[in-house]
Design a protein around this ligand. Sequence first.
Ligand code: NAD
Length: 434
Amino acid sequence: MKVAVIGSGYVGLTLVCLAKFGHKITIVDKIQSRVDIINNGISPIYEPGLEEILKENVKTGMVKATIDYTEIEDSDVVFVCVGTPSKEDGSIDLSQIETASRQIGQHLGKSKNYQVVVVKSTVVPKTTIKTVLPILEESSGLKAGVDFGVAMTPEFLREGSGVYDFINPDKIVIGTSDKKSLSILSQLYESFDSKIPRIYTDQTTAEMIKYAQNSMLASRISFMNEIANICEKFNVDVSEVAYAIGLDSRIGPKFLNAGIGFGGSCFPKDVKALIAASKSVGVKPNLLESIISVNENQPHRLIEIAKRTLGDLKNKKIAVLGLAFKSDTDDMRESRAIPVIETLLKEGSIVSVYDPKAMENAKKIFEGNILYSASKEDCVKNVDACMVLTEWKEFRDLELSSMKCPVIEGRRVMDPNKVIEAGLNYKSIGWKYN
Ligand code: NAD
């Protein structure tokens, strides 16, 4: 099949994996420099395995990028993968979706095949049928369900394992209300393992599934963070509690790590968008609001622990290991390292930072006053404290014998026993000896 992908971010780029199954991919982005990088077989983002797939398929002509929408005219399926950020009030900003829909509409109907426009961006319930569909009809002069199809297939990939997750999803959700679209999309996803459950539903249910899933995952994190804050006061180590409750088959072990909270381009904005959508239909989202308020407090909890350990933070040299919002990515969007570092700077600390992948992105966020270290070893040299803010595996084997400062953990990546055995003071959120 010929597949067009609008938007070459994390989600759009992982769709190049469809080339592995013999589909020809045209990526459209509005940024020429991004298009040029992709056409050179280079990934504009760090995502394990992605660049290899890109390089191989650009070379064979199975993948190409362009800024020219006329190149989508012979596509069978057009995936919309543009950003859906938050507005100031937390509600969803659909401007990129609206623009992309208009641009797609202007180029629909030139193919003799029935084309399907598929929203893959995360959008609040009803967006596909109440915003995307009318714009497509208006700008194309065609009728949805008759001349072309409209569907919604949410994406569940995790940054850092996006390629693996795209090829091996836990489920494939296809939301559409016309049979032709369903048949075309079923065919597109045919090459995926037949054991992967398929959920065939309507567009609005597909949109809701994505928000419910992200909110559930975010709620587990905030729940454990609240438990961690209570544990500390009762001299209980939250990691023991998390391990034990995770053994209950009704709960399971994932997403129970207490720490400085969740960041990234999805959980914070998606929970906020669902809160706004919920209020707009008259439902008070008490639990969803608590997920956000617990999360926003966690970075300050780590600062509190740092103050208890070091006293006044003014002129204290603090090494920050980890800047990305999670490991295996260079993405710093909504990273919890941002409020931690900003608070340290406000308190007058001298901050050195190191991250295996996110250093360049960090330089775009923090102005001056930060020392960018060449390695984790350099970063922790001669400092008053070391804070670990991202769960990169490589921080587990930090050379502790050369360190003298307390370790204040935001992610529970290091083994507390090893830190203590090395004669260092160990602190972390939910640790019983804080
Ligand atoms: P992103 O911001 O990284 O990328 C969006 C891309 O779209 C950019 O390259 C931008 O230049 C391009 N773009 C915007 N408007 C355009 C237009 N009119 N024409 C062509 N290109 C245009 O976004 P992302 O992280 O890939 O996320 C995209 C969507 O997928 C969002 O709704 C997000 O919530 C959702 N999502 C993201 C993830 C993730 O892990 N990042 C996972 C699941 C779902």
